[in-house]
Design a protein around this ligand. Structure first.
Ligand SMILES: Cc1cc2nc3c(=O)[nH]c(=O)nc-3n(C[C@H](O)[C@H](O)[C@H](O)COP(=O)(O)OP(=O)(O)OC[C@H]3O[C@@H](n4cnc5c(N)ncnc54)[C@H](O)[C@@H]3O)c2cc1C
Length: 317
């Protein structure tokens, strides 16, 4: 399949609008995913500011060129044929600011490229409660909102007061406390439309005893380190937990730990993590997902749904 967007077309698009930021062509997505898997994106653009982002999305929309947004790339599997169109990275959107600080609470503004762990550390150091359970979850704030990241009974949803977004048709708009429910943030899911970019959010944290917040944050992190292969190349949990069950336990008890296709292996530490053992292919990752799903259906009759986001095209299309 021909690339939809090449240097010349991009130059035409970009010269017509004001844009500052970095742009690369045929950018290997394996360099931008925690899994280190994924073929090239036709264009990989990292706008420097909101105006550049707005302009580029409007131009892509006009040219009918598809785009996807990425944050830290910690929850995505990009197929081996790469991504047709543009990938927009929010890595330059890292501003944060204290909006209001009162005796018992803090209102914090942060842009979507803010690493989630910076927020967790900030809360811990200042003694604010609300996101302790997110300790150790990699990626950015925008990605955490898009998938309502969470663990140990905590989720980013509970801290959110409002979310600012950008859509090529609607422009910039805000989901306020009155209508934030429309974002549909549920267990590892949101109703965020594909063409909508999370720009920033306001979050509220509750003042607590600093030592208690630190203790909880450290103990969640310790549990995570003891049970998950955090230093290996993965995308976190591959499948969502079915109602009332743990996907990891089902996969384990169906005998899948250590199963391997190509260079992708079901982690021996946590069966819901699939590991890139080195230079793995997305096609093997997908085959392994299929095999594991089949085994779990056979043994337990339970249908596993992916938690990771799968994007891009196969090689031979
Ligand atoms: C070792 C490890 C442990 C993990 N543990 C957990 C855990 O305990 N709990 C948990 O919930 N997750 C966990 N994850 C998964 C992942 O870290 C989270 O889902 C994280 O919040 C994803 O953020 P990201 O910025 O990396 O998003 P990405 O992976 O870049 O993107 C994920 C999705 O969000 C969309 N997206 C990203 N940014 C934006 C934006 N600004 N606007 C609109 N859409 C956007 C993308 O298009 C994509 O569909 C883990 C992952 C790893 C590798």
């Amino acid at each position: 399949m021909r690339n939809i967007i090449d240097k010349q077309l991009w130059q035409e698009i970009i010269s017509a609008v004001s844009f500052s930021g970095e742009v690369t062509f045929m950018e290997p997505m394996k360099a931008h995913t925690y899994l280190q898997i994924g073929g090239p994106a036709d264009v990989f653009a990292c706008p420097q500011d909101t105006v550049s982002l707005e302009n580029i999305l409007a131009a892509l929309n006009e040219e009918r060129i598809p785009f996807v947004t990425v944050g830290g790339g910690t929850n995505i599997l990009v197929k081996d044929g790469g991504i047709y169109g543009a990938v927009i990275s929010l890595k330059n959107f890292r501003r944060s600011d204290i909006v209001k600080e009162e005796k018992d609470m803090l209102l914090l503004f942060a842009e979507s490229g803010m690493p989630l762990q910076k927020l967790v550390s900030f809360s811990k150091e200042r003694g604010y409660s609300g996101i302790e359970g997110l300790a150790g979850i990699p990626g950015f704030l925008g990605g955490a909102i898009a998938g309502n990241a969470g663990a140990f009974g905590y989720s980013i949803k509970n801290a959110l007061v409002s979310v600012r977004m950008l859509n090529p048709d609607k422009g910039i708009y805000e989901m306020s406390p009155d209508n934030i429910g429309k974002l549909g943030l549920e267990y590892r899911a949101s109703k965020l439309p594909e063409d909508t970019v999370v720009l920033s959010a306001n979050m509220r944290f509750r003042k607590d005893i600093k030592e208690d917040v630190a203790k909880r944050t450290n103990s969640f992190l310790k549990r995570k380190r003891e049970t998950q292969p955090l230093s290996e190349m993965s995308a976190g949990c591959v499948f969502k937990n079915p109602e009332g069950a743990s996907a990891g336990r089902l996969i384990d008890e169906a005998g899948c730990k250590g199963m391997r296709i190509g260079n992708v292996e079901v982690s021996r530490m946590h069966a819901n993590f699939f590991i890139n053992k080195g230079d793995a292919k997305a096609s093997d990752f997908l085959k392994l997902m299929d095999e594991v799903k089949k085994k779990v259906v056979k043994v337990f009759g339970a249908e596993l749904e992916p938690e990771i986001r799968i994007m891009g095209r196969d090689v031979n299309r």
